[in-house]
Every structure is written in structure tokens, then in C-alpha cells.
Design a protein around this ligand. Structure first.
Ligand SMILES: NC(=O)c1ccc[n+]([C@@H]2O[C@H](COP(=O)([O-])OP(=O)(O)OC[C@H]3O[C@@H](n4cnc5c(N)ncnc54)[C@H](OP(=O)(O)O)[C@@H]3O)[C@@H](O)[C@H]2O)c1
Length: 351
């Protein structure tokens, strides 16, 4: 097939590009040439900024386009106009953040989407990101038609080349060993997907011309925070000791869920980690063993430049991302205060 990826040189798109080439597809990548200009010499690169003219798309046809870099509806509109019908199938990477609410477990694809008070807004922030993705979806359906497009709503993407530093932070923290502050309770649900598994599934759908909307996260069977952290300890640092710290204590101490302690969500918002992935599973989603994602991500992070594994404000066109992870001295102070409060012996209650 002739496949066009709008993006393709950073994380999810990078895995998509790599796999598309491995499967023998003819690949075109559209990007600005900032993120990975030397990647994929076998592909054709068309250099353009999506915020400007897309004349570079004015020739050729593609069987499928996969859009990893649309953040405002104008991005989708301009690609549709530039392609002008010369693509068989369009796949938009949206997000589970596009839902109006993730307050209840089991959010499925027919749940209402977020609505922005001002739909003309273009600033991508933590507040507007989901509503803008919902508008991108509406634009895709309008421009390519329901029979010509597929909407993919990933949850937390993890694995090698993850530029956000979130999930990777836990692996690096556990590798340091000692008492590791584990937030909340070990039975809290968590969902995330190896971006390589997401890419494989997305490429399958592009090859089949699948339509409709799909939540895309994992694993196939429910996973808990305790199982995730225990697997990371087993794989990376068996001597690390998890010390579970009550969420009320952490919240009262000002610890920010998701950023200070990535992946962690307090009980009231844990349904974000319980979205329904039945449709994606029925369409063939396969998630590799957690231990493999842990080992591969740790190996990548060990040789990557520090900037590649720690988030900052400079992650392309997406919402600004705060730095993630507690500083070691902050974690130690919290653990000491928790032990004192819980009157636990040094080392505390462990799991
Ligand atoms: N990370 C998560 O947990 C998560 C969860 C849910 C949904 N998502 C969504 O998943 C997608 C993942 O993106 P990714 O970064 O991994 O994809 P990617 O395709 O690997 O990287 C982004 C690509 O877009 C290009 N790009 C960025 N801004 C551009 C512009 N203005 N004009 C042209 N090209 C541009 C970048 O290249 P240049 O910089 O060289 O231009 C790069 O090739 C996003 O849509 C995100 O909203 C992510």
C-alpha cells in the first residue's frame, strides 16, 4: 500500500513508520524536519508546517493516511483540502481525553464528547486539548465521511521513544532502588499501551480500511498499580521496596497526581484507567507482555539523552507538559513524614 503519515518521526508515528516499512508499504512522511530529520531514509519525506500551506501534498495518491499530528480542527481541514480526495482512507489519532467525562468506569466509544465553550480557540492546553481533539474528529468525519475515516482514541502511550517521561520515570525511579513511594493502594486500576502495539493495531486497521471510533489502550486483562510496580521491580531492581502511601496524605502534602507521580490517579478519577477497549480487542488488538515493555523502555532510556526521557514544555504541537516525577529529596521527605504519621517502623508497610 501507499501510506502517508502526517508526522511519523517522534514516538507513536515513529513506530508506525518503522512498522509500515517493515511490512513493505511505500511510505511518505509529512513533517517539519525538526524531530527526527535523519530517520527513515527509505521513506519519502515531504517537509511542511501544518500551520502553513500544504502544497507538498498537491500531487500523488495514497491508499491510507494516518494523522498523528492534528491538534486543532484546522489541521484536519487543511490536510483534507490539500489531498482533495486523493486518499482512500484517513485515520485520525485523537485521544480518550476527547470524552466529555471519564468519571465512570467503562467509557465506550459512543459516550458524549467534550465541547469547548469557545470552539474557535486554538491554544492547546490541558483544558482545551480534549475538546480540540473532539473538534478534529468532527472535522475528519465531515471531510472524509464516516465511510472514509477511522478515529483512534489512545489512552496513555508508553514505551521506547516516549518523549513525555511519564511512565519511563517509574522505571528509572525503581532502578535507583531503596524505598520507593508507591501512591494510593496496590489494587488501583491502571491502563496504558505500548506504542508499538498501538502502532501495529493502527496499521492493521489502515490496511483493512476500518471505520468508526476505537478506544486504544491496554492491557487486555485488567492491571493494577501494584502489579505494574511489582513487575518493574522484578525486572529492574528486585531490591527496591515499595512503600504504599495513602492518597489523602499525598494530596494534603500537595503531591500532584499524574505529574509528580506519573500514571497515578486518586480514587475519584481512576475511571480514566478503566476505559472500555472491547472494540479494539475485537478488531485484533494484541498487547505484548508487560515485562517486555518494561525491559525495552528501560534499555532505551539508559542510552537516550536525558532530554529525550524527561518532559518539558517543548513537545511539539501538543499541550505543554510539566516536568514529571518527584525529586529524590522530596520523595524521601514524604516517606519520612508518612512513616512518622503511620508510626510505621523504618521501611514501613511494604508490598
Ligand atoms: N502520548 C500519549 O500518551 C497520547 C495519548 C493519547 C493520544 N495521543 C496522541 O497521539 C499522537 C502522538 O503523537 P506522537 O508525537 O507520538 O507522533 P509522531 O508522529 O511520532 O510525532 C509527531 C510528528 O508530527 C510532526 N509535527 C509536529 N508538529 C508539526 C507541524 N506543525 N507540522 C508538520 N509536522 C508536525 C513531528 O515532526 P517535526 O517536529 O519534525 O515537525 C513528528 O513527526 C498525538 O496526536 C497525541 O495527541 C498521545
Amino acid at each position: 500500500m501507499r501510506i502517508l503519515i502526517l508526522g511519523g518521526t517522534r514516538f507513536l508515528g515513529r513506530h508506525l513508520a518503522s512498522l509500515a516499512l517493515a511490512r513493505g508499504h511505500t511510505l511518505t512522511l509529512l513533517h517539519r524536519g525538526h524531530s527526527g530529520p535523519a530517520l527513515f531514509p527509505q521513506a519519502e519525506h515531504r517537509i511542511a508546517d501544518r500551520n502553513g500551506a500544504l502544497d507538498v501534498l498537491a500531487r500523488d495518491t495514497w491508499d491510507a493516511a494516518i494523522d498523528t499530528s492534528a491538534y486543532v480542527p484546522r489541521h484536519v481541514r487543511s490536510v483534507a483540502a490539500a489531498l482533495n480526495g486523493r486518499v482512500g482512507h484517513y485515520q485520525l489519532v485523537s485521544s480518550i481525553s476527547a470524552y466529555a467525562s471519564l468519571a465512570q468506569p467503562g467509557t465506550a466509544e459512543d459516550a458524549p464528547l467534550a465541547k469547548l465553550a469557545d470552539p474557535t480557540v486554538e491554544a492547546v492546553t490541558g483544558e482545551t486539548y480534549g475538546g480540540l481533539k473532539a473538534l478534529c474528529e468532527a472535522e475528519a468525519l465531515h471531510a472524509f465521511g464516516p465511510a472514509g475515516c477511522c478515529i483512534v482514541r489512545p489512552g496513555l502511550l508508553v514505551g521506547p521513544f516516549d518523549p513525555t517521561g511519564r511512565w519511563t520515570w517509574w522505571l528509572q525511579r525503581i532502578q535507583r532502588g531503596g524505598s520507593v513511594l508507591a501512591p494510593g493502594t496496590p489494587d488501583a486500576p491502571v491502563q496504558f499501551i505500548d506504542a508499538r502495539d498501538a502502532a501495529a493495531w493502527m496499521l492493521d486497521q489502515a490496511e483493512r480500511g476500518s471505520t468508526g471510533a476505537y478506544n486504544l489502550t491496554g492491557p487486555a486483562q485488567p492491571l493494577t498499580m501494584g502489579q505494574f510496580l511489582a513487575a518493574a521491580c522484578a525486572s529492574l531492581q528486585p531490591a527496591a521496596r515499595l512503600q504504599w502511601v495513602d492518597e489523602d496524605f499525598l494530596l494534603a502534602a500537595g503531591v500532584a497526581p499524574w505529574s509528580d507521580l506519573p500514571v497515578w490517579l486518586p480514587r475519584a478519577t481512576q475511571a480514566l484507567h478503566q476505559t472500555c477497549i472491547a472494540r479494539a480487542l475485537a478488531a485484533g488488538l494484541q498487547c505484548r507482555p508487560l515485562a517486555q515493555t518494561i525491559a525495552d523502555t528501560a534499555a532505551w532510556a539508559a542510552q537516550a539523552a536525558p532530554a529525550a526521557t524527561s518532559a518539558g514544555a517543548s513537545i511539539g504541537a501538543g499541550p505543554p507538559r510539566p516536568a514529571v516525577g518527584l525529586a529524590p529529596e522530596c520523595e524521601a521527605a514524604l516517606l519520612a513524614a508518612w512513616r512518622q504519621q503511620a508510626k510505621a517502623p523504618d521501611g514501613g508497610p511494604e508490598a
